[in-house]
Design a protein around this ligand. Structure first.
Ligand code: NAD
Length: 332
């Protein structure tokens, strides 16, 4: 039913039905790494809940999935508190919605600014802490405030430097993912061994990283792209694009496909280019992320309880086509 035909009571009733369903799907996805519905089913249901709660803000509940970063922590893994929370991202599904985000942001900001366009890597968020340039602790996002300590697991990933090129004390954030070829090979091995295959590379990466036995992680061929820092003060740069360059200089692997866009036409061109290239990439992407490029502006805009105000994800439609990856059929 169109939202504008609903009474507040009807909206509240519908929202109360959607929330437990989303919470249940979230548990399966984040906790067990075993979703039972496709992401676009989750996304559409979530978008409906957002629309209901936006039209009738009084019906929002504290436990609504719209008010919490999705994720749980495994009881048997040690916990880490994130001093600066790890957030989710707001998302849009059309260029119109993306333009509306741009209009809203520019209406609230006096200065002219660019966006940095990045690929949205289909993995799971990690945080890496370095003290005086040495890797000391790595963690998952968890519920955004408290994550899991997976330092030993992360030490097995070749793209994570043990020592940085400068002795900085920083928390660097990014994505841990499983390349498509490794995912296909892993699922083949699992099926041959009579085990359930992972639903997608994201779940395979999460399941491989959150392991008590680090040898399991070491065998899974995980990789990382880092793209954020909890506090940019120790860096020389003051832009998001410069941050990616500086992280690479420090020794991290960053995704080279980023691009600064001056306006929404350039953002649209970037989206089109990577929508076309998507199936040829050796790793999964589920959209692109645009971020206000000046880091002080990011800080000034801040975040809601769940998402930064200075960034948004544009989600690609689900990938239906079959393409060849290393001579193996790949379907999402
Ligand atoms: P999200 O994954 O859509 O977006 C936020 C995340 O994007 C960040 O935490 C970060 O890890 C990641 N990211 C990747 N590249 C990035 C980049 N360049 N810059 C910044 N961040 C980047 O949001 P979410 O809250 O983590 O999860 C929601 C997603 O999980 C949806 O896609 C949803 O479909 C899926 N989900 C599915 C089910 C299911 O049952 N199928 C259940 C719950 C959630």
């Amino acid at each position: 039913k169109p939202i504008n035909t609903l009474t507040k009571k009807q909206a509240a009733t519908e929202a109360a039905e959607l929330r437990p369903q989303l919470i249940q799907w979230g548990k399966e996805y984040y906790d067990a790494d075993a979703p039972t519905v496709a992401d676009d089913v989750y996304d559409r249901t979530y978008a409906r809940l957002v629309a209901l709660e936006t039209a009738f803000p009084e019906i929002v509940t504290a436990d609504s999935p719209t008010q919490r970063v999705g994720g749980v922590t495994r009881g048997d893994l040690p916990k880490v508190t994130h001093d600066i929370p790890m957030l989710s991202l707001g998302d849009v599904f059309s260029l119109e919605e993306l333009s509306e985000f741009d209009d809203r942001l520019r209406a609230n900001v006096d200065e002219d600014f660019d966006y940095n366009c990045e690929l949205k890597i289909d993995g799971l968020a990690i945080s890496l802490r370095y003290e005086n340039g040495e890797f000391v602790q790595g963690s998952t996002r968890g519920n955004g405030q408290i994550g899991e300590d997976i330092t030993a697991n992360l030490k097995t990933i070749p793209s994570i430097p043990q020592t940085l090129s400068r002795p900085l004390t920083i928390d660097v954030r990014g994505e841990c993912y499983m390349p498509k070829a490794a995912f296909l090979a892993l699922n083949e091995r699992r099926e041959a061994a009579g085990k359930a295959p992972f639903a997608n590379p994201r779940n395979a990466a999460a399941g491989s990283l959150r392991q008590l036995d680090v040898q399991v992680t070491a065998d899974r061929k995980l990789a990382t792209f880092m793209y954020n820092i909890a506090d940019y003060e120790p860096l020389n740069t003051r832009t998001q694009s410069g941050l990616l360059d500086e992280l690479a200089e420090l020794g991290f692997t960053t995704n080279p496909s980023y691009q600064v866009a001056h306006d929404m036409t350039e953002v649209g061109n970037y989206i089109e280019r990577y929508q076309d290239k998507r199936s040829d990439l050796p790793y999964g992407i589920d959209g692109i992320v645009i971020k206000a490029n000046p880091l002080p502006l990011q800080r000034a805009l801040g975040a809601t309880v769940k998402v930064p105000r200075w960034a948004i994800a544009y989600k690609f439609p689900p990938e239906e086509v079959q393409t060849k990856v290393l001579d193996i059929e790949w379907t999402v």
